[in-house]
Design a protein around this ligand. Structure first.
Ligand code: DQA
Length: 148
Protein backbone atom coordinates (compact mmCIF):
# COMPACT_ATOMS: atom_id res chain seq x y z
CA UNK A 1 0.00 0.00 0.00
CA UNK A 2 1.23 3.53 -0.82
CA UNK A 3 2.70 5.39 2.14
CA UNK A 4 0.48 8.34 3.13
CA UNK A 5 2.01 11.76 3.60
CA UNK A 6 0.17 14.69 5.19
CA UNK A 7 1.54 18.02 3.93
CA UNK A 8 0.52 20.90 6.20
CA UNK A 9 0.89 24.62 5.58
CA UNK A 10 0.42 27.33 8.18
CA UNK A 11 -0.88 30.89 8.14
CA UNK A 12 -0.52 33.24 5.17
CA UNK A 13 0.86 30.55 2.88
CA UNK A 14 -2.49 30.73 1.04
CA UNK A 15 -1.29 34.19 -0.05
CA UNK A 16 1.81 32.91 -1.88
CA UNK A 17 2.12 34.49 -5.30
CA UNK A 18 0.75 37.78 -3.94
CA UNK A 19 2.70 37.82 -0.69
CA UNK A 20 6.11 39.60 -0.81
CA UNK A 21 7.15 37.92 -4.09
CA UNK A 22 10.70 39.28 -3.68
CA UNK A 23 10.97 37.07 -0.57
CA UNK A 24 8.65 34.15 -1.30
CA UNK A 25 8.74 33.99 -5.11
CA UNK A 26 5.88 33.90 -7.59
CA UNK A 27 4.63 30.33 -7.16
CA UNK A 28 1.19 30.01 -5.59
CA UNK A 29 0.30 27.40 -2.98
CA UNK A 30 -1.73 25.66 -5.71
CA UNK A 31 1.49 25.41 -7.79
CA UNK A 32 3.28 23.84 -4.82
CA UNK A 33 0.38 21.45 -4.26
CA UNK A 34 0.52 20.37 -7.93
CA UNK A 35 4.27 19.80 -7.63
CA UNK A 36 3.79 17.69 -4.47
CA UNK A 37 1.07 15.63 -6.05
CA UNK A 38 3.15 14.94 -9.17
CA UNK A 39 6.27 14.13 -7.11
CA UNK A 40 4.12 11.92 -4.86
CA UNK A 41 2.99 9.94 -7.93
CA UNK A 42 6.64 9.52 -9.06
CA UNK A 43 7.58 8.24 -5.61
CA UNK A 44 4.50 6.04 -5.12
CA UNK A 45 3.26 8.13 -2.17
CA UNK A 46 -0.26 9.30 -1.50
CA UNK A 47 -0.15 13.02 -0.63
CA UNK A 48 -2.84 14.99 1.21
CA UNK A 49 -2.04 18.73 1.02
CA UNK A 50 -3.72 21.23 3.36
CA UNK A 51 -3.41 24.83 4.56
CA UNK A 52 -4.90 26.61 7.56
CA UNK A 53 -4.58 30.04 9.13
CA UNK A 54 -5.72 28.57 12.47
CA UNK A 55 -3.31 27.07 14.98
CA UNK A 56 -6.01 24.84 16.53
CA UNK A 57 -7.02 23.43 13.16
CA UNK A 58 -3.39 22.48 12.44
CA UNK A 59 -3.17 20.84 15.89
CA UNK A 60 -6.36 18.86 15.22
CA UNK A 61 -5.10 17.68 11.81
CA UNK A 62 -1.81 16.58 13.41
CA UNK A 63 -3.73 14.66 16.11
CA UNK A 64 -5.86 12.97 13.44
CA UNK A 65 -2.75 11.93 11.49
CA UNK A 66 -2.14 9.05 13.92
CA UNK A 67 -3.20 5.85 12.17
CA UNK A 68 -4.20 7.73 9.01
CA UNK A 69 -0.78 8.88 7.75
CA UNK A 70 2.79 7.57 7.79
CA UNK A 71 4.63 10.90 7.91
CA UNK A 72 4.12 14.66 7.99
CA UNK A 73 5.69 17.46 5.97
CA UNK A 74 4.96 20.80 7.61
CA UNK A 75 5.64 24.42 6.81
CA UNK A 76 4.28 25.88 10.05
CA UNK A 77 4.95 29.42 8.74
CA UNK A 78 4.78 32.00 11.56
CA UNK A 79 3.65 29.33 14.05
CA UNK A 80 7.15 27.82 13.76
CA UNK A 81 8.38 30.64 15.93
CA UNK A 82 5.55 30.71 18.48
CA UNK A 83 3.64 27.45 18.79
CA UNK A 84 4.30 25.10 21.69
CA UNK A 85 0.92 23.53 20.81
CA UNK A 86 2.11 22.45 17.37
CA UNK A 87 5.41 21.22 18.87
CA UNK A 88 3.47 19.09 21.40
CA UNK A 89 1.04 17.73 18.78
CA UNK A 90 3.91 16.69 16.49
CA UNK A 91 5.68 14.97 19.39
CA UNK A 92 2.52 12.96 20.17
CA UNK A 93 1.98 12.08 16.48
CA UNK A 94 4.86 9.63 16.73
CA UNK A 95 5.78 9.59 13.03
CA UNK A 96 8.56 11.19 10.99
CA UNK A 97 8.16 14.92 10.47
CA UNK A 98 10.04 17.06 7.96
CA UNK A 99 9.90 20.83 8.53
CA UNK A 100 10.06 22.96 5.39
CA UNK A 101 10.51 26.70 4.94
CA UNK A 102 10.62 28.41 1.57
CA UNK A 103 13.08 31.01 2.87
CA UNK A 104 16.26 30.62 4.87
CA UNK A 105 14.85 31.56 8.28
CA UNK A 106 18.39 31.83 9.71
CA UNK A 107 19.32 34.57 7.25
CA UNK A 108 16.23 36.66 8.11
CA UNK A 109 15.05 38.62 11.17
CA UNK A 110 16.23 37.31 14.53
CA UNK A 111 12.69 36.32 15.63
CA UNK A 112 12.61 33.76 12.79
CA UNK A 113 15.83 32.02 13.81
CA UNK A 114 14.19 29.75 16.39
CA UNK A 115 11.57 27.17 15.44
CA UNK A 116 9.63 25.18 18.06
CA UNK A 117 9.05 22.52 15.40
CA UNK A 118 12.71 21.75 14.63
CA UNK A 119 13.21 19.88 17.92
CA UNK A 120 10.54 17.35 16.94
CA UNK A 121 11.47 17.09 13.25
CA UNK A 122 13.50 14.29 11.69
CA UNK A 123 14.90 16.94 9.35
CA UNK A 124 14.59 20.58 8.37
CA UNK A 125 14.81 22.04 4.86
CA UNK A 126 14.91 25.79 4.46
CA UNK A 127 15.89 28.40 1.92
CA UNK A 128 15.41 26.35 -1.23
CA UNK A 129 11.97 27.64 -2.20
CA UNK A 130 9.18 25.27 -3.33
CA UNK A 131 11.65 22.51 -4.25
CA UNK A 132 12.09 22.03 -0.48
CA UNK A 133 8.68 20.31 -0.38
CA UNK A 134 9.77 17.94 -3.15
CA UNK A 135 13.02 17.14 -1.31
CA UNK A 136 11.04 16.45 1.87
CA UNK A 137 8.90 13.90 -0.03
CA UNK A 138 12.02 12.23 -1.49
CA UNK A 139 13.59 11.98 1.99
CA UNK A 140 10.41 10.53 3.52
CA UNK A 141 9.93 7.99 0.69
CA UNK A 142 13.47 6.77 1.31
CA UNK A 143 13.02 6.65 5.08
CA UNK A 144 9.64 4.90 4.97
CA UNK A 145 10.85 2.30 2.46
CA UNK A 146 13.63 1.38 4.91
CA UNK A 147 11.18 1.22 7.83
CA UNK A 148 8.71 -1.02 5.93
C1 DQA B 1 8.15 30.61 6.28
C2 DQA B 1 9.07 31.45 7.17
C3 DQA B 1 8.33 32.03 8.36
O1 DQA B 1 9.20 32.80 9.17
C4 DQA B 1 7.19 32.91 7.91
O2 DQA B 1 6.46 33.38 9.01
C5 DQA B 1 6.32 32.24 6.90
C6 DQA B 1 6.90 31.41 5.87
C7 DQA B 1 8.84 30.14 4.98
O3 DQA B 1 8.29 29.25 4.34
O4 DQA B 1 9.89 30.66 4.62
O5 DQA B 1 5.11 32.50 6.86
O6 DQA B 1 7.75 29.46 7.01
Amino acid sequence: MAKRILVLNGPNLNMLGLREPETYGSDTLADIEAMCSSEGKNLGLSVDFRQSNLEGELVTWIQQARGNFDAIVINPAAYSHTSVAIHDALRIADMPVVEVHLTNIHARERFRHHSYVSAVAAGVICGLGPVGYKLALVALAERLSKAA
